[in-house]
Design a binder for this molecule. Structure first.
Ligand code: GTR
Length: 427
């Protein structure tokens, strides 16, 4: 008997064996942080179609491989793309103040109704638009975790008692005003000529598993047992596209230069939103990890088995079967990045965020490169390996590994602003 097994008492051992039998994925549920234990794997080739055809031209990619991959990610991971009759979506400007951020910006709050006749569900978009601009401003769209009023001390932003919220649920909304402001470099962004729009993700869909009865899910119609009904990430991504619809209505905003960004679970969301909705001019994944930029087959840090167990509502049912066998996935996350091509994409990691597998995040960016090249860009440029901390590398595909924890910090924003200047603005 191995020393590990000997440590169990008999009943505990029986219980463990039962758990292992119940879940083939149980072995994978302890996170590995040892590079030497990363399994050997072959990555699916983004430029070979499911029927074995080589994808050799940009037209082949567009006509055959891109739709096929989008469909596979929808069917096997995020769930199919939700839809709601466009006439149900309405926008209402609630506030507008041209003297925000010490006079540098105009602040707007716009309510998005997802089912206008019923006034609910709805989500408020908070926007800061630079006052010093020559024309419509390019814009970052980035969802937030705790409410628009937590991103800033600005007392002009409404604090709302959002139904179904899972964070700070025992606190009055006003008690958490500004708590997340270190992640939101509003001043820096606006001073560089960009607008920034944010929406509280739990207004789109609360982050809990209630059988998809709350948030926007009921609008998507009766759920079948097909296994590809949309999970929460699909719903949040859909909400970001509706936020972009709203930005398109504002003359002060250049919605053709909208960059969708997200941190962590919302980084996964930004990637899926950007992959599907080609109106997004660029995509930023900040520490998105498993189910985002990190390669699933590395099983380093959080794994497909672990994420499906902890967050069963994020992905569709079909994704669950891959926890026990990631090699059976018909794609890996480099192909999610490739679906953004030829549009610029930024993947960022943090040194202390091993749970998100920084190396796996880099490798996804790296292995998306052939698609970017096929589509006529310079992809990741001359980069051949993951860089050390605190340097931004690449070209149309960019990457950095920030020193520090799982977070969004000023260093990250500085890189994103340079990236936006050098890619989106120059196009
Ligand atoms: C973690 C989860 C990650 C990441 C993170 C977050 O608990 O395991 O996949 O999404 O939450 O969103 O903060």
């Amino acid at each position: 008997m191995s020393p590990v097994l000997r440590r169990f008492t008999r009943p505990a051992l029986a219980a463990t064996v039962a758990t292992l039998l119940l879940s083939g994925a149980a072995f994978a549920q302890k996170a590995n942080y040892d590079e030497a234990k990363v399994p050997k794997f072959d990555l699916p080739n983004p430029l070979v179609a499911a029927d074995g055809t080589k994808i050799e031209t940009a037209d082949d990619w567009r006509a055959k491989r891109r739709p096929e991959l989008l469909d596979l990610f929808a069917r096997e991971m995020f769930g199919k793309r939700p839809s709601v009759a466009p006439e149900k979506i309405k926008f209402e400007e609630l506030t507008s103040d041209s003297n925000a951020l010490g006079g540098k910006a105009t602040r707007k709050e716009i309510r998005i109704y997802f089912d206008a006749p019923n006034k609910t569900p709805k989500a408020d978009l908070l926007i800061y638009i630079p006052n010093d601009r020559k024309g419509p401003a390019p814009v970052f769209l980035m969802p937030n975790f705790q409410g628009n009023w937590t991103t800033t001390d600005d007392p002009g932003v409404a604090a709302l008692d959002v139904a179904g919220r899972t964070r700070n649920a025992n606190k009055k909304p006003d008690e958490v005003r500004g708590v997340a402001k270190s992640r939101w470099a509003f001043d820096k962004i606006v001073s560089r000529g960009y607008a920034i729009a944010t929406v509280y993700y739990e207004e789109i869909d609360p982050d809990k598993h209630d059988g998809f009865k709350n948030g926007v899910h009921p609008l998507f119609g009766e759920r079948s047992d097909s296994g590809d009904e949309p999970g929460s990430i699909a719903a949040w991504a859909w909400g970001l596209s509706r936020a972009l619809d709203c930005l398109e209505t504002l003359p002060e905003i250049d919605a053709k230069k909208a960059i969708v960004a997200g941190h962590s679970r919302l980084g996964k969301t930004a990637l899926w939103a950007g992959a599907q909705d080609e109106r997004f001019a660029a995509v930023i994944s900040n520490d998105s990890g498993c189910g985002g930029a990190a390669l699933s087959r590395r099983e380093f840090g959080e794994t497909v088995a672990i994420i499906n167990k902890s967050f069963p509502h994020w992905f569709c049912e079909n994704f669950k079967k891959y926890g026990a066998d990631v090699d059976a996935l018909p794609f890996d996350q480099h192909q999610l990045i490739a679906l953004i091509a030829p549009r610029p994409v930024y993947v960022a990691s943090a040194t202390l965020d091993q749970w998100a597998d920084p190396k796996g995040e880099f490798l996804s960016a790296f292995y998306a490169d052939p698609v970017y090249r096929l589509l006529g860009t310079d992809g990741i440029g001359e980069v051949k390996e993951q860089p050390g901390p605190d340097v931004s590398v690449g070209s149309t595909i960019r990457y950095h590994l920030r020193t520090g924890k799982h977070d969004v910090q000023d260093f990250d924003w500085e890189q994103y602003l340079d990236f936006a200047d050098e890619t989106v603005l120059k196009r």
